[in-house]
Each structure stands twice: as C-alpha cells, then as structure tokens.
Design a protein around this ligand. Structure first.
Ligand SMILES: Nc1ncnc2c1ncn2[C@@H]1O[C@H](COP(=O)(O)OP(=O)(O)O)[C@@H](O)[C@H]1O
Ligand SMILES: [Mg+2]
Length: 243
C-alpha cells in the first residue's frame, strides 16, 4: 500500500503554555513523505510541545504548520486528524480498563458515524498486528508494556494517518521489543507516510533517520544528515547533560 502523504513544514513556530513564556521560540523544520525525520534534544527542549502543536492540541502563538500548501496552524485537533495527522503521545496512553479492541476503536474517532467502516478498520488492525488477535477482548491493562505499545500504534493507525508524530516510542521497553517497534516505524514510512520521530534513544533514532534536527531551549540547534551526528552522539548527549 502506498499512501500519498504530504510534506510537513513548520515555520518560525512560537508556542507555550503561559503567556509571555514561550517554550518554542522560533522552531522551523521540514519532514518529507516516505522519510523518517528525527527530532533530538535534552529534556525540556520542547520536543513534545512541538508535536502537540503539529497535532493541533496546542495553538501556536505565531508561526505556521503546513501540509504541502495547506496551512493547518491553529486549527482544532479534529481538523488535524481530518488532514491525516496522527500523534502517538509520550508515555503510556492506553485505557487499562478497556479491552484491546475498544482501545483501538478509540482511534477511529473520524469514522465514528459509520459503525460498519469503523468495525472494518479495527478488524484490519488485527490483520496488521496479528500478535494482538488473541488479546482482543482482554483488558489492555493486563498486557505487557510492549504489547500495550503495539495497541497504541494500532489505535494510531486505525484512522490511516498519513503524517505520523511519534513521541519516544521505545521508552520503558526491552531492547527486543524496542527493535520490533522501530521496525514497525520503518515499515510505516516505507508505505509512503511522513514520520516525525522524537526520541531519547538517540542511537536507535539516528540509525533509522533520514534527517536529524536537534532542538535546544526551544530553538533549532543543528540539523543534517544522520551521518553528521552518528560519530559524535556521545558528545552530543554529554553536552545536554553538561558533563
Ligand atoms: N502541559 C504543560 N504545561 C506547562 N508547561 C509545560 C507543559 N508541558 C511541558 N511544559 C514545559 O515546557 C517545556 C518543554 O517541555 P517538553 O515539550 O515536554 O520538552 P521535551 O519533550 O523536549 O522534554 C518544559 O519546560 C516543560 O516544563
Ligand atoms: Mg517530551
């Protein structure tokens, strides 16, 4: 399946949570379809805030978000969803008391008026993620951390988004499960989607990246080809820690 995905462009983004105290202070970046664009930076740099703005959960103070030529800046989250933008937020986001199937269904918000289409879309996720099939009626809270992350990805994918915003997908997972998650992200990009990935595991992220941005204190610090960062990741991270 090839998905015609738009080019994502963020220009001079200023955004924050308190008036007069912006977290993002003029960030610009560009993410191409069929490519993994990685955003790195120390804790508090504004990476999650950036994804929240692109997903429409936080309105920017100034600056724009474009999908190809369409300006979606400041539109409500539903409008971003309708444009095919999907966010996998940082941290655990499943509803533990709901079943696996119900959790996935929650991602089909845009299809909610058409029960049959929603049912079919959820069923497609059990084809895409066969390891969830036997778990479909189990409370999601009973699953392992890795299985829960796959449920979260299935919930994201049920609406078939073309622009994926993924925030720290491997946090708290064993190396084997993390590898499975990264393979999945590579596969979704190979389908032609646009992927903006934020990650604390800089080594794993740079390994699958096509382009890398580094943010620092809400501003662009550096960007380039992954090869430009690969050799000096240790130095980069030590710089963030101030050691
Ligand atoms: N919901 C929020 N309300 C107020 N401040 C927040 C909120 N989320 C994040 N911040 C602040 O914004 C800054 C950037 O946070 P964040 O975007 O989460 O950074 P990162 O993802 O790079 O670690 C931090 O100073 C953080 O305390
Ligand atoms: Mg974050």
């Amino acid at each position: 399946m090839t998905v015609p995905a738009p080019h994502l462009r963020v220009t001079d983004m200023v955004a924050g949570y308190t008036a007069g105290r912006p977290v993002l202070r003029g960030v610009s970046l560009s993410a191409a379809s069929g490519r993994i664009t990685v955003v790195l930076g120390p804790n508090g740099a504004g990476k999650s805030t950036l994804l929240r703005v692109v997903a429409g959960f936080l309105a920017p103070t100034s600056g724009t978000v474009h999908l190809d030529d369409a300006d979606i800046s400041g539109l409500p989250p539903q409008a971003h969803l309708a444009h095919g933008v999907g966010l996998l937020p940082q941290g655990r986001s499943i509803f533990p008391e709901l079943s696996v199937s119900e959790n996935i269904e929650l991602g089909g918000w845009t299809l909610r008026a058409d029960r049959k289409r929603l049912r079919e879309a959820v069923d497609r996720m059990f084809v895409r993620y066969p390891e969830l099939r036997a778990l479909r009626d189990r409370p999601a809270g009973n699953l392992s951390g890795g299985q829960q992350r796959i449920v979260e990805i299935a919930r994201l994918m049920v609406s078939n988004p073309r622009v994926l915003l993924i925030d720290e997908p491997s946090a708290g997972l064993s190396p084997a499960v993390a590898t499975r998650v990264y393979e999945e992200l590579v596969g979704l990009t190979a389908e032609g989607r646009t992927l903006l990935l934020v990650d604390q595991d800089v080594r794993a992220a740079v390994r699958i990246a096509h382009h890398v941005y580094v943010l620092s204190s809400g501003k662009n610090d550096a960007d380039g080809d992954p090869s430009a960062f690969e050799s000096d990741l240790g130095k980069l991270v030590r710089g963030w820690l101030g050691v």
